[in-house]
Design a protein around this ligand. Structure first.
Ligand code: BES
Ligand code: ZN
Length: 647
């Protein structure tokens, strides 16, 4: 079993975090600094967001009104953001916002008599992770403040694609990715999930571009370069999203559909045909879908993630459209966020599991309902094997569900095994102890109770103690709860999942490794993506190049259109010195920008001088098409390899 490059980066980030300095601009709250707080009472620091300069206890944004112009030539969004404010602290005189690489042109504030005055402001020096603090002087505590600004072509939360980088080759494309803290690179704002706001936007663009946002997109909107949006539910900043390009719509059901480039839209709608059924299942389990429409926007392959749960408009990678629906658990996942994450939100990124762990659990329940227990169990086993590998290497501090402040210097570097897999495993543990009869209604009521709120882990614990532990005594102890949430590793009480289909795969792999007998094609013809993934995952660290050649001849792994298989096959090939796969590996990592899929191959490559050369050459070619988030990850891996002599 192998872990991904992410693992190695994470260990480095955790170590770096202890000595992390913020020379240019220290965090607004001194409590957020360094190791001193790492030992502090978790309850007292639960709501401090060390990744934002904003001071939401003093003043809060209730509504955001955007006026934006999309300029593809300049790779720039320009216009204004108007905040309707709630001054909680009646002696406060400043509005502090987060920005990154944004040029602020002007700031005005509305007076009580409705007139607007200029306000003084200062943009601090740039911190590498947090960006620049924008401090606006508002001695009168203006009820509304407006910032006029422009973004940088290198905004970390936006990608600008030339027509050549799109499917249709005719129209340019742009899209945002705000989570974790990239919204601040395209809108100055209080970039912390503690603050929730409604928003409206008026966006102008060239006429041939359709603009969509995480808001009330109208499937029948005229494509005229002038678009208006409203998001009437309060959302945190990381769910702010925008995309523009040659996009058309194809319905899936009354309330669900797909947006994609014309060449892609039919295929996407067929792949995601089960979306409505997924919504019905989630509603049956956890209560009504509260966001009206659920549409999926299929992005170009450079999208750095698998999916992003932007409300009403999930952003998705095209790499899951493989023709057999075998990767549509991604839709189940992003849809599940409509309850876990978008409705009940973590109040700081260090409580990531409240979003992703709950969502992975709900995703698995949807998969079980639609595709059966076997399918759901295979997904569980794959991710738990990944966790086991990752936990051999990463800092125990990153294995804790409720991260202590100061643990992570960059919130994008959280351990996904912890946040997603351990988080979901904990909920499965509770489910098994209490039974679905008790646990399902508990979770439904939890979503209802905290709807449209942002909460820290401590709030969940309080709620679980009152509504599960106290009401059903003798099933789970407070010590067990504490172990799951505050201790590293996976508790011994974790439920085990067995998969007979994977047992058969294990037997086939062993037979091949021991005697060279390739698995029977009658059996493999029925294997799903998950079975192939498990087949490769269980291989030794390295094989003989001849063994890989035999597998390749039989199953054509090199060149596979399936990213989940490619993600595992190419690193194995690289580690094993099976250089015949190099060309296909390079093609894959150049074409796809989804971090999770390509980073394992990059990190396997950089371990040898020849591999490093191939990684560097491929990166040089691919870089113009990569998203800033992916570029940063690849640069880090290459820089680290260059810094130390190859082993
Ligand atoms: N919200 C995440 C994506 C994310 C997490 C972006 C943290 C930035 C920081 C999204 O819901 C997600 O989990 N995506 C997964 C898909 C999946 C687990 C099916 C991904 O992109 O791999
Ligand atoms: Zn997620």
């Amino acid at each position: 079993m192998r872990s991904s490059i992410l693992t190695l980066c994470l260990a480095a980030i955790a170590v770096a975090a202890t000595g992390c300095s913020r020379d240019a601009a220290p965090p607004a709250d001194p409590a957020a600094k360094g190791a001193a707080v790492a030992t502090a009472d978790p309850k007292a620091v639960a709501e401090v967001d060390e990744y934002s300069y904003s001071q939401p206890d003093k003043v809060r944004t209730n509504d955001l009104a955007l006026q934006l112009k999309v300029d593809f030539d300049k790779k720039e969004l320009s216009g204004s953001a108007t905040y309707t404010l709630d001054w909680l602290d009646k002696s406060a005189t400043q509005l502090v916002l987060d920005t990154r690489d944004i040029t602020v042109e002007k700031v005005v504030g509305e007076r009580a008599d409705g007139k607007w005055d200029d306000l003084t402001f200062a943009v601090a020096g740039k911190d590498k992770v947090l960006g620049s603090k924008l401090t606006i002087e508002s001695p009168q505590r203006n009820p509304r403040i407006r910032v006029t600004y422009r973004t940088s072509p290198d905004a970390s939360g936006l990608q600008w694609l030339t027509p050549a980088m799109t499917e249709g080759k005719k129209t340019p494309f742009m899209f945002s990715q705000s989570q974790q803290i990239h919204a601040r690179s395209w809108v100055p704002l209080q970039d912390t999930p503690r603050v929730r706001f409604t928003y409206t936007a008026h966006v102008t663009s060239p006429q041939d571009a359709m603009v969509l946002m995480s808001a009330d997109n109208d499937p029948n909107a005229a494509r005229d370069g002038d678009y208006s949006f409203a998001m009437p539910q309060k959302i945190p900043s990381y769910l702010l999203a925008i995309a523009a390009g040659d996009l058309t719509f194809q319905p899936i059901s009354e309330r669900a559909g797909v947006w994609a480039e014309p060449a892609m839209v039919k295929k996407a709608a067929t792949e995601f045909a089960d979306t409505e059924k997924m919504m019905v299942t989630a509603e049956r389990l956890y209560g009504p879908y509260r966001w009206q429409r659920y549409d999926i926007l299929v992005l170009p392959p450079s999208f750095p993630y698998g999916g992003m749960e932007n409300p009403r408009l999930t952003f998705a990678t095209p790499t899951v459209i493989v023709g057999d629906k075998s990767l549509v658990s991604l839709v189940a996942h992003e849809l599940a966020h409509s309850w876990s994450g978008n409705l009940v939100t973590f109040s700081t990124p260090k409580d990531g599991w409240l979003n992703e762990g709950f969502t992975s659990y709900v995703e698995n329940r949807i998969v079980e309902d639609l595709y059966g227990k076997e399918a759901a169990d295979m997904e569980k086993v794959i991710s738990r094997n990944e966790l086991a590998a990752e936990y051999k290497e990463i800092d125990p501090k990153l294995q804790v569900l409720a991260l202590r402040p100061g643990t992570l210097s960059d919130p994008d570097g959280a351990s996904s095994s912890t946040v997603y897999t351990k988080g979901a495993w904990f909920l499965q543990f509770l489910e098994e102890r209490y039974g679905r009869d008790v646990f399902d209604p508990f979770l439904k009521e939890y979503f209802n109770h905290f709807a449209f709120q942002s909460i820290p882990t401590t709030k969940f614990i309080e709620y679980a103690k009152a509504n599960l532990l106290a009401k059903h005594p003798g099933k789970v102890s407070e010590a067990e709860l504490d172990e799951w949430i505050y201790q590293p590793g996976v508790p011994a009480s974790a439920p085990k999942t067995v998969s007979p289909r994977f047992d058969a795969v294990d037997a086939a792999r062993t037979a091949w490794l021991d005697a060279g007998t390739l698995p029977d094609t009658v059996a493999t013809a029925k294997w799903s993506t998950q079975e192939w993934v498990h087949f490769i995952d269980g291989m030794p660290d390295t094989l003989k190049p001849g063994q890989l050649a035999a597998l390749d001849a039989a199953y054509h792994f090199s060149g596979t259109p399936n990213g989940e298989i490619a993600q595992r096959w190419y690193p194995l090939a690289v580690r094993s010195g099976y250089t015949q796969a190099n060309a296909a590996a390079a093609e894959f990592i150049a074409r796809v920008g989804r971090r999770k899929l390509i980073m394992p191959t990059y990190s396997a490559l950089v371990k040898t001088p020849e591999g490093l050369k191939l990684a560097q050459d491929t990166f040089a070619k691919a870089r113009p098409g990569y998203h800033p988030i992916t570029t940063a990850s690849v640069e880090e891996v290459i820089a680290k390899a260059q810094a130390k002599p190859a082993q």
